[in-house]
Design a protein around this ligand. Structure first.
Ligand code: FMN
Length: 225
């Protein structure tokens, strides 16, 4: 399915996007020699037409966007692609494999062949956040989805909340066993750490609500009888 993007948050939400949640994507940009670069980056939807990225100043992606303000935000569940785009300098000599990329339809950049959902974007503004990072604001020009659609938009909040729930099931079993207090404490500490990250990557979301409720329940279990 390929659709010209209409300004409608409803359409994005059918793909699972929620505002405030950071989704992990692979951002493709054009290098100065017209080859393509790809790097994992988190994106946040601001409204029906805009999304933001927070990009390290040292990255090739930011450098590319300064000279050619177009990109494709590719969503894929292929973890090997995340690995290979992080370790590209050691895994590939020169450019990334050409067969990974296909032309975008509305912007001067290429998208990943493997993308389940791709958002073609134009950079409309950028603001330095500190010495290390720049906030990049993009307008969404076009959305494409593979025929099978998207199986999952990846958010760290989902994985961490699920991990916390698994810890909770162990705490439920262990908390009455005096031999298991050290393990129970460790599991509760991990949940606390996960909750901090979830607060950062998905504020005011269903994930933060679940984290808070879960911790209340665990505190009740662990109350001295
Ligand atoms: C899942 C994931 C998400 C990431 N998110 C960001 C991000 O939002 N901003 C950023 O600057 N780097 C992010 N990184 C790190 C960059 O992908 C990494 O520094 C990469 O090497 C940059 O490549 P480039 O120099 O080709 O742009 C992320 C890495 C991973 C694995």
């Amino acid at each position: 399915m390929s659709m010209r993007f209409q300004a409608d948050l409803g359409q994005l939400s059918t793909f699972g996007f929620q505002k405030t949640v950071i989704y992990e994507s692979i951002v493709t940009t054009l290098n100065s020699d017209c080859t393509s670069n790809a790097a994992p980056m988190g994106i946040t939807l601001q409204d029906e037409k805009h999304l933001t990225l927070t990009i390290f100043n040292t990255s090739k992606t930011l450098q590319n966007l300064k000279t050619n303000p177009y990109a494709v935000i590719n969503f894929t569940c292929d973890i090997e692609l995340f690995y290979k785009t992080v370790f590209k300098k050691t895994l590939f000599t020169g450019n990334l494999p050409l067969e990974w990329f296909v032309p975008a339809e509305y912007v001067a950049a290429k998208k990943l062949q493997a993308a389940e959902v791709a958002l073609e974007v134009t950079v409309i503004d950028s603001k330095p956040l500190n010495d290390e990072k720049t906030l990049v604001i993009c307008r969404i020009e076009h959305l494409t989805s593979s025929p099978i659609g998207v199986s999952q938009l990846y958010s760290r909040a989902f994985a961490l909340t699920l991990e916390a729930l698994i810890n909770a099931t162990r705490i439920e079993t262990y908390h009455t066993n005096s031999q298991k207090q050290a393990q129970t404490n460790k599991l509760a500490e991990q949940i606390f750490d996960y909750a901090q990250i979830v607060e950062r990557v998905a504020p005011n979301s269903i994930y933060t609500t679940v984290m808070v409720e879960m911790q209340k329940q665990i505190a009740l279990w662990r109350q001295p009888q």
